[in-house]
Design a protein around this ligand. Structure first.
Ligand SMILES: *Cc1c(COP(=O)(O)O)cnc(C)c1O
Length: 364
């Protein structure tokens, strides 16, 4: 079997897969009521929030769209802080629904600078909300969300966070860092197949909701809230994914949030040290290197596409390439969710033999 070392979908433990094989239940019946209550309570613990948390049957991008359409109106000015592909996607969604998007882009591979955010908010008092990616999966960089949030909250703006590849893996105290909407998705650090976005909603976000006029139906948070009070979702949920999530969340709480974060820190350290010891340069600014995905720059004649193919065919390990302008310029190792140091050691063993075959002649 292939070992999936991409930043989502991530491998699922056997217990989680078994849960998916269960017979269907009535999604408007008492058992579902009990399960969704338990899943939501457990998610609140892992989000470190006392606000609302909703399950949306969607991939992560659906959650990002929900964040936008539930809090903004066409014509609203939004500061879109981007450090890579997913930051740009968040801004594109807002623009698509009629927001006036003010981009604040940083060089790919680096983190966003909170002082630049301050400057941008000071320069334009009309800005209503700030879009931020916590962990930019395309470049392997984690933003200092606490610092960015402090800047955003100095100006009392709404903070919408793409935490799709960080929440549940990297410490993100949603309430403490005053995230108004926080979005994640089942197939990243949660050890669950794709199909569910999970979002938190703060009091301030509800105030924004009351005035927000962007069109929405499927994503309506009010519908999500009123149905959740009855132990249901407004629309038929991906029931099997909820079963899987129930099991995965129990496993996560048993391991404990601090232990999970520490494991991801250790594993990412092993990935970075391993890459460097093979003479491979990291793409991301190491001060902000992600604990969930490591991006490695192609140098020394390395053909990343060839490398990925060889590692998959000869070592049954699936690595990720670069997206958009990073295509062919980097490759990425996903290490989020169900991952240990042994998985990284296996990647390094594979790279060691595959690198010369993929044209790599050593560090330049
Ligand atoms: C994976 C990812 C997305 C996109 O999520 P989908 O589930 O593919 O829609 C968005 N943002 C980040 C940071 C991601 O890692």
């Amino acid at each position: 079997m292939e070992s999936l070392r991409i930043p989502g979908p991530t491998p699922c433990p056997e217990e989680v897969l078994q849960a998916m094989a269960r017979q269907m239940i009535n999604h408007r019946g008492p058992e579902y009521d009990r399960i969704i209550g338990q899943v939501t309570d457990n998610l609140k613990q892992l989000f470190q929030t006392e606000g609302d948390v909703f399950l949306l049957t969607a991939s992560g991008t659906g959650g990002l769209e929900a964040a936008v359409v539930n809090t903004l109106s066409p014509g609203d000015k939004v500061l879109s802080v981007t450090i890579g592909v997913f930051g740009e996607r968040f801004g594109t969604i807002a623009r698509q629904f009629g927001a006036e998007v003010v981009p604040l882009s940083f060089e790919w591979g680096t983190a966003a600078d909170a002082d630049e955010v301050r400057r941008a908010l000071k320069a334009d008092p009309q800005i209503k909300a700030v879009l931020v990616t916590h962990n930019e999966t395309s470049t392997g960089v984690t933003n200092d969300l606490a610092a960015l949030s402090a800047a955003v909250k100095e100006f009392d703006k709404l903070l919408l966070v793409d935490a799709i590849s960080s929440l549940g893996s990297i410490d993100l105290p949603v309430d403490k860092w005053q995230c108004d909407i926080t979005v994640t998705a089942s197939q990243k650090g949660w050890m669950v197949p794709p199909g569910m976005a999970m979002v938190s909603v703060s009091q301030k976000a509800w105030q924004a909701y009351a005035e927000a006029k962007m069109p929405r139906f499927y994503w309506d948070f009010k519908a999500a809230k009123s149905y959740l009070e009855k132990g249901q979702n407004p629309w038929t949920p991906a029931v099997s994914i909820v079963f899987a999530l129930q099991v995965a969340l129990e496993m996560m709480l048993k391991e404990g949030l601090a232990n999970i974060a520490a494991r991801h820190a250790r594993v990412s350290q092993a990935a970075r040290e391993g890459a460097k010891s093979l003479g491979l340069p990291l793409f991301a600014d190491e001060k902000h290197a992600s604990d969930t995905v490591t991006a490695i720059a192609a140098t020394g004649g390395l053909d990343t596409k060839k490398l990925i193919k060889i590692v998959r065919e000869e070592h049954q390990i699936v690595l990720a390439g670069g997206q958009q302008s990073l295509d062919g310029r980097i490759f990425r190792i996903g290490h989020l969710g169900w991952v240990t140091e042994d998985d990284i050691a296996a990647v390094m063993t594979a790279l060691k033999t595959a690198l010369p075959k993929a044209g790599f002649s050593g560090a330049k």
